[in-house]
Write a new protein. Structure first.
Length: 272
């Protein structure tokens, strides 16, 4: 009996052609633990890409929340930032000291933002599954073209997935399933038991998310997915599963066989 070849359907994903030789518009949603760490990664990455002769990134950061005392040290904030808007604090800091002109939007990203804002790459670093579902449903109603990088984590584990913005666009063989297509049902189920409880102390916050998981999530997404895509123009994997307690990072290859585990079947994608 022959063994099943699990790599037979794997392939490469290539950078969207329209991203070549121009600055890529990035919408970063959420400036908490993972989002604030990702902003640092994007700043460094854009500078490195510029030095290598690439056009770099233009980032717009969205967050309607203010800095609390429990955010200091766990996130990219300092004591005198407490009470100020997260997006404005970080974007102003990078603009002032980094010689860039990125934009802060001191509001939460909603379904209306999906419709009216322009971006090539959407990066979501939000705590609530309901927010992810809202964004995913809104994207499905649009014809926007581009990629969506979703980063989610609990206490010590994280999922990172790079996919298309929605199921619209080019033929199935040249696109990735969106995070909503793969994880939408899980998000909907998680949203049913969602509880909005802000951490009042560092001790409470660290019980929810252990030290390092946010930074590891952002660094892994940037170094293993975004930078290789920008630098080399292609990826063989587009997802990461991180477990700090097990000191383990596993990957999701660009492979329809893997996607079928989550209920996605490529033949359902539109053919053009």
């Amino acid at each position: 009996m022959n063994n099943l070849d699990l790599t037979s359907t794997a392939r490469n994903f290539y950078i969207p052609h329209k991203w070549i030789d121009r600055r890529i518009k990035v919408a970063l949603v959420g400036l908490g633990g993972t989002g604030s760490a990702m902003l640092t990664e994007l700043f460094q990455m854009s500078g490195i890409l510029n030095n290598l002769g690439y056009a770099g990134l233009d980032v717009v950061a969205y967050d309607g929340d203010t800095v609390s005392q429990s955010n200091v040290f766990r996130q990219s904030f300092w004591g005198h930032d407490v009470g100020k808007n997260k997006a404005e604090v970080l974007i102003n800091r990078f603009n002032q000291f980094g010689g860039i002109n990125w934009k802060a939007v001191p509001e939460f990203f909603t379904s209306k933002s999906v419709i009216y804002e322009e971006f090539d790459l959407l990066i979501t670093a939000v705590d609530k599954a309901s927010v992810r579902s809202e964004i995913g449903q809104a994207l499905e109603r649009t014809s926007k073209q581009g990629l969506w990088l979703d980063m989610g984590n609990d206490n010590h584990q994280a999922n990172v997935l790079l996919g298309s913005l929605n199921k619209n666009g080019s033929g199935s063989s040249s696109r990735l399933p969106s995070p909503f297509e793969l994880f939408g049902e899980q998000w909907a189920e998680s949203a049913k038991s969602e509880v909005d409880t802000a951490s009042c102390s560092t001790a409470e916050a660290i019980q929810k998310q252990t030290f390092g998981i946010n930074g590891m999530t952002a660094r892994s997404a940037a170094s293993m997915l975004l930078f290789p895509l920008f630098r080399n123009g292609e990826l063989k994997h587009h997802g990461l599963f991180i477990d700090l307690h097990q000191a383990d990072i596993s990957k999701m290859p660009v492979d329809p066989l893997q996607w079928s585990i989550y209920g996605y079947h490529e033949e359902e994608a539109p053919k053009h």
